[in-house]
Write a protein that binds this ligand. Sequence first.
Ligand code: NAD
Ligand code: LMR
Length: 336
Amino acid sequence: MLARTALRTLPSTRLFSSSASRLTKVAVLGAGGGIGQPLSLLLKSDPLVTSLSLYDIRGAPGVAADVSHVDTGSEVQGYAADQLDQALEGVKVVVIPAGVPRKPGMTRDDLFNTNASIVRDLAAAIARVSPEAHILVISNPVNSTVPIVAGTLEKAGVFNPKRLFGITTLDVVRATRFLAGEVDASPSETPVTVIGGHSGATIVPLLSQSSFGKKVTGEKYEKIVHRIQYGGDEVVKAKDGAGSATLSMAYAGAKFTNSLLRGLNGEKGVVTPTFVRSPLYEDQGIDFFSSNVELGPNGVEKIHPVGNISAEEEKLLEACLPELKKNIEKGKAFVA
Ligand code: NAD
Ligand code: LMR
């Protein structure tokens, strides 16, 4: 069993935490979108972000002008469609929510044809202008877009697996919130580790590793697992054609960015699930996987093993792995 007390996850009732501050420029690519706008606002509020670079093929200068009036210390600059290279100059962290969202009836994989080339082209620009940047991928399908970014950086000869992250924090945020509702506790008491990938059956919540989660059994267990795996569909359906989760994703993206910045600044014990190049299932041909990762001055400091899991979770993992493998291979094939 993973010792929960040994893992310092960000308290779920506080979005930002800051222990030390350095000059940190963060770029958002896709800053004009449904996620990009609230994410930019939240990053403007993060004391660890000292400079914010907002890029989109439309609307980023307007978002930047608006967000720049918020009375926090960071500087904000917006960049138009033809200014991608300028937007990336000197950045330490690049967050990518660029790309199209789902409509009802679509899977995340249905977004592949549009989003694969968007993400590849942005990664190629990062490789050229800011090859040392830490890259945080939000654009779906994450299980494929992260391998696309890796392959693009590899081709350019600048891939460092310690600096590439697929953001799966929304699954953690959902699992934590849904469990809190189920057991009538505060979300600060119900953090849940979620492993695997970011779509349907590849999302594997480890409720057995939570003292509250392990009390949820039978039909209630089946229901909460399904809700965590398909929480994205709930939002897509409710928005009825107007897109997918944006506000909760912006919150999750800002939360993960703050965790990474704390790790980069030398804070110890910052651990959170994220989809990274991982040795955990490499023997089965799966070289990207989300598990608890310790974040440090170089990005990925330590990839934690999955730990003890229940028989139900073993089954969830069995269903996850083949699908995840397919998604990863699709991303790799696109770059190859
Ligand atoms: P949106 O359509 O509201 O915004 C996307 C933005 O990307 C738009 O402003 C668009 O102009 C911009 N864009 C398109 N091509 C670009 C390019 N080449 N360079 C820069 N910007 C570009 O969509 P959204 O709701 O913000 O969702 C964005 C992506 O995030 C989708 O793929 C969605 O599926 C994904 N998403 C992921 C998670 C997750 O947990 N990882 C959660 C929610 C949504
Ligand atoms: C989510 O989990 O909300 C996102 O991946 C968006 C989606 O398409 O469901």
